[in-house]
Ligand binder design. Structure first.
Ligand code: HEM
Length: 483
């Protein structure tokens, strides 16, 4: 099967005329709103948990609100409530437009919407009542695992319906989507069932490591890049720079990413050849990532004004810079030399926030800024200023949190290496944890400004004037901002 490099290169997507018939805009809106609701709950949970590090936890002694449980609500909420819902909403918009066919079944799409919310809420309740499994990122109560797996299979069927009917070459975005649908089912099944029922000890640890990282590499990464290959050319109104590089990026990801996960458990009883393999493939991933980044930055050459005038593009490209940074960081921190210092330290938590929020969160928030007025039937956002504040607070909050935890990790790592008393390392970490809470507050305030803007745009949508129609960009007359 051949591919087409960019969503913007062929006229198969008439942006507006066909949208109404193809896309269930209400479904897109519902998924995006659900994503924002879970984002709100989970970042408040993260903020709450950060207070525990400062000995300011307000609900001490209340079992249902114990910090450990709310940490899991934070991590599971951002992954399965925010990111997954935002991905599903974006796919409900992008896949019909790329294939020019509606999703397999409208009732099935709505069933998936409600079933997914039920799974996320049941997970949150299960975690609150202490039913977590001892499996990192697979803490979902044991009875939810098969239900979530069936849900993922239904999702794959629903989106593959229009894709398999499409003849001829496929856009590279579609390649990423197809692989994400298949890989996510396999990864979820591997991570949730094999350690639970089939293997134990170091083998279960190895599978757990693969699972943690494959969730990032084979679920969120292909969906994220697939959506970038769709939205960036559409908004910039120009094709992706290199078809060849987009293929290198795709196949490089497919080849190297599945092998990287053991790098979470270096210096463990897992056989050394697996640990070394993980180190090599993790470094290889950085090279692959570089090709993708070059491709997107060459694409924006000549349209650099969009970084200033177009907010979704600014979210996307900030996320790409963070992506490059985090992958570069990963290729160093995966080495055994770095691991001696940073393992178990806050360095890793800083890295996790840069990836999950700074990259995928940013891309999805950018997509929301682009899509929400469209699916709400509003001409434009109620407040451009609130959207701008949302961006700057989130961008600086994320950057500060990342740098803060990076330094905290080094301080902790070196103190542990020097066998400093444990209490001393806690005292030394306190200022960093305080700054983490402050930067977290910036992120929380930014998101709540966005929620307010969504609400105001929805309630005032009838009175908001329509967006101006964009003229095709020319070198002398660049296109105006979309949002
Ligand atoms: C969409 C936004 C966010 C995402 C995607 C996100 C993601 C994550 C992830 C993936 C982890 C697990 C890290 C690990 O185990 O290494 C985590 C932990 C954590 N997050 Fe967030 N986070 C977000 C926002 C926030 C905010 C606003 C705060 C407020 C301070 C926060 C505070 C924390 C804390 C305290 C932990 C636990 C760290 C530990 O156990 O040492 N997060 N978050």
């Amino acid at each position: 099967m051949a591919t087409i490099a960019s969503a913007g290169s062929v006229p198969r997507h008439a942006e507006t005329a066909i949208a109404g018939e193809l896309v269930d805009t209400r479904l897109v809106l519902y998924h995006l709103v659900a994503a924002l609701v879970f984002l709100g709950v989970s970042i408040l949970a993260g903020f709450l948990f950060s207070l525990q590090f400062l000995q300011w936890y307000p609900f001490e002694g209340i079992e249902l609100l114990s910090p450990g449980r709310w940490r899991m609500i934070h991590t599971n909420g951002v992954a399965y409530g925010f990111l997954a819902n935002a991905f599903l909403g974006s796919l409900c918009w992008a896949v019909p437009r790329l294939t020019l066919r509606p999703l397999l079944s409208k009732p099935l799409s709505w069933f998936i919407f409600y079933a997914w919310q039920a799974v996320v809420i049941a997970t949150a309740l299960g975690l609150t009542f202490g039913q977590a499994q001892a499996l990192e990122w697979g803490e979902t109560p044991v009875w939810i695992d098969p239900v979530a797996l069936v849900g993922l299979i239904l999702v794959a069927f629903n989106f593959m319906g229009p894709i398999v009917k499409t003849e001829g070459p496929q856009y590279v975005a579609i390649w990423y989507f197809i692989s994400a649908f298949i890989w996510t089912i396999l990864v979820y099944a591997m991570g949730n069932f094999i350690p639970q029922y089939f293997v134990g000890g170091a083998a279960a640890g190895a599978i757990g490591g693969l699972f943690i990282h494959d969730l990032v590499g084979l679920f969120v990464t292909p969906l994220g890049w697939g959506l970038m290959y769709y939205f960036v050319p559409i908004i910039l109104k120009k094709p992706v720079w290199s078809h060849g590089l987009s293929l290198v990026g795709f196949w490089g990801l497919a080849f190297f990413y599945p092998l990287t996960g053991i790098h979470h458990f270096l210096y463990s009883p897992i056989p050394m050849f697996l640990q070394h393999g993980a180190v090599v493939t993790t470094i290889a991933i950085e090279l692959v990532v570089t090709t993708v980044i070059i491709n997107f930055f060459m694409t924006i050459v000549g349209r650099g004004d969009a970084l200033r005038t177009n907010l979704p593009i600014r979210w996307f490209y900030t996320g790409m810079i963070f992506y490059f940074t985090t992958c570069l960081q990963c290729s160093f921190q995966t080495t055994l030399t770095f691991q001696k210092i940073i393992h178990f330290s806050d360095w890793v938590v800083g890295h996790a926030h840069l990836v999950m929020l700074g990259v995928f969160g940013f891309w999805l928030l950018g997509i929301m800024v682009h899509l929400m007025p469209r699916v709400m039937g509003a001409g434009r956002w109620y407040s451009a200023a609130a959207n701008s504040w949302h961006y700057w607070l989130t961008a600086f909050g994320t950057l500060i949190m990342f740098l803060d935890l990076l330094v905290a990790g080094l301080v902790q790592g070196y103190m542990w290496r020097d066998l400093s008393p444990w209490e001393d390392t806690l005292v030394a970490s306190m200022p960093f944890w305080l700054l983490r809470t402050v930067s977290g507050a910036m992120i929380v305030v930014g998101q709540f400004m966005f929620f307010w803007n969504v609400w105001m745009t929805w309630t005032r949508r009838a009175s908001l004037p329509p967006q101006s129609v964009e003229p095709a960009p020319t070198p002398s007359a660049p296109a105006p901002a979309v949002a």
